[in-house]
Design a protein around this ligand. Sequence first.
Ligand code: UTP
Length: 290
Amino acid sequence: MSQRVRKAVFPVGGLGTRFLPATKAMPKEMLPVVDKPLIQYAVDEAREAGIEEMIFVTGRGKTAIENHFDRDIELEQVLKSRGKTAELDDLQALMLDAGNVIYTRQQEAIGLGHAVWCARHWIGDEPFAVLLADDLVQAKTGCLKQMIDRYNETGGHLVAVENVPREHTNRYGVLDVVETKGNLVKARDLVEKPDPAVAPSTMSIIGRYILDPSVIKELDRHDVGAGGEIQLTDAMARTLDRVDFHGLQFDGTRFDCGSKRGFLEATISFALERPDLSDAMQDIVNRYAK
Ligand code: UTP
């Protein structure tokens, strides 16, 4: 039986340059899909998966994220006095358990691996999840819950994967797959952003990980990899002589909300799923269809 996954790291220290100027004064993770910021979808997914401790690795200009999950007593009073109870309930449901949320800062955005390393003292010596809020997954059962349900079987590192077109492998961490059993793949290696011509497969990691804590020791080295950044996948690769490594082809649709196309698609798809908005969105889509 694998050790329970109780902690999740949310690296939100990136600069979001692909979304400038929107992200100049507002964190990318606060961009709303319909009426909920990206980071809230990720936190809700972690809660559904039974995560108890949430560790945010933030950076300069990211205080809106802390405020989003904090109480706003003035706003609550206004909503109460106006009888807006549904909105009040929604706000109160946002609150994270006191004492179970940590904000730490990555002083310089020098890579995802570095962001996770910044959380090392709070992770300690137990398996932990990492969720990248800009990868938004629409699924009946949340992607992280699907992973945790399989983690007992796999232990080690378990990542969410999907098959991408070969010409896109240079955007992802890609698995060197040795075995496929249903929706679970076993891998012996992984490469960050390989050229399509040499990519070991097209099975690519999306922004959900369950990691063995031994990866932290590898991150201590601060080795720089693809794109001049400290890569999480490089550190994972160095543990694979002693840690099992699996990918789960999850049920659901992933939207890369760090890109404009993915973000627009997510907005349409999530609105179409909402009972209060689906007719309106369908009407909009039909009207603009060529
Ligand atoms: P991205 O590769 O999307 O980078 O990071 P970015 O800076 O956020 O956005 P662009 O490419 O400039 O538009 C993937 C995830 O890793 C986090 C980001 O916040 C995002 O959730 N990240 C990345 C960090 O926390 N720190 C870093 O140094 C880099």
